[in-house]
Design a protein around this ligand. Structure first.
Ligand SMILES: Nc1ncnc2c1ncn2[C@@H]1O[C@H](COP(=O)(O)OP(=O)(O)OP(=O)(O)O)[C@@H](O)[C@H]1O
Ligand SMILES: [Mg+2]
Length: 278
């Protein structure tokens, strides 16, 4: 991280942060003494090799995993002190492997995103219906809204889960590999939607992506995780260097400007496909 980026980030309030956390499972400690903060209104993408801890960090941000040590804060308040309902209003999370309830239509599934807004005193309202309809339309699911969720293709189901998260209308959204199962056109569609929600509502987004070129094109900031630490952190061009790619992924790659966006395009190299001599 350069000084300029540190400065750029300190100008916006912090939406989410882990402070000196230890994140572990019974069998393994993934991070010790990790600190990462996310500025409000930014699209931040976590990248890194399989098993580098992206989902683990996202779960800690979303209170699905309690740190063994250290703390997590959501919009300046300690996450552990917030009530579940309060967390659900502020933060929506798409896990890497969501479990779809049986016998649910697409519309019912998406409607679950409105639960945090309801109570005995505030039953289902026109605003809820509007949020669900808008989320279905944004993910292009309106035509199949009455289908059984179990009968959807992998990509359609993934979009239904994204619609659920959108319907929640939380100011902070966490997406673990939202483009899994999506064809390239739908991946681009989804990432454009993420940028649109960010631009229109100021939603803070933290997501996990594997496609580094798409991550670079659609993110304000990339955080590269590896070996229990942050390997690199900053604007896409500062982060996606051949050195970082080698150290985080063990990948030889050429990084050139994406002709469509000017952001870094990662070209993997191997023995049969070396860098072209100039
Ligand atoms: N529920 C669990 N119990 C025990 N260990 C786990 C659990 N979930 C993850 N781990 C371990 O923690 C480490 C980090 O896993 P994590 O799922 O955060 O990686 P990731 O970066 O999201 O990987 P991927 O790209 O494959 O999704 C791995 O070594 C993994 O085996
Ligand atoms: Mg993961």
């Amino acid at each position: 991280m350069t000084t300029t980026q540190a400065h750029a980030r300190t100008t916006a309030p912090t939406a989410l942060a882990v402070h000196d956390v230890t994140l572990a499972y019974d069998s393994a400690t993934v991070f010790e003494g990790l600190s990462v903060s996310v500025a409000e209104g930014e699209v931040t993408t976590l990248v890194g090799a399989n098993g580098s801890g992206k989902s683990t960090l996202l779960r800690a941000f979303g209170r699905l995993l309690t740190p063994r040590a250290g703390s997590v804060s959501l919009r300046g308040r300690p996450l552990r002190e917030l009530r579940t309902r309060e967390v659900a209003r502020q933060l929506a999370i798409l896990p890497q492997k969501p479990v779809t309830p049986a016998a649910t239509t697409v519309r019912d599934l998406v409607s679950r995103g409105r639960h945090p807004h309801q109570s005995l005193l505030r039953p289902w309202s026109a605003a809820d219906a509007e949020a669900v309809d808008a989320a279905l339309a944004a993910t292009r699911l309106t035509d199949i809204a009455d289908r059984d969720a179990a009968a959807l293709s992998g990509g359609q189901l993934q979009r239904a889960w994204i619609a659920l998260v959108l319907a929640q209308q939380a100011p902070v959204v966490l997406l673990d590999e939202p483009t899994t199962f999506l064809d390239l056109a739908h991946q681009v569609d989804l990432l454009r939607l993420v940028r649109a929600v960010n631009a229109e509502r100021g939603t803070t987004v933290v997501m996990v992506l594997h496609d580094l070129t798409l991550a670079a094109r659609y993110s304000d900031r990339l955080v590269v995780l590896g070996e229990g630490r942050v390997v690199a952190d900053g604007r896409p061009w500062d982060v996606l260097t051949p050195e970082t790619l080698r150290s985080a992924f063990g990948l030889d790659a050429l990084v050139v400007p994406d002709p469509a966006s000017g952001t870094p395009l990662v070209v993997p190299l191997d023995a049969e496909h070396p860098a072209p001599s100039r």
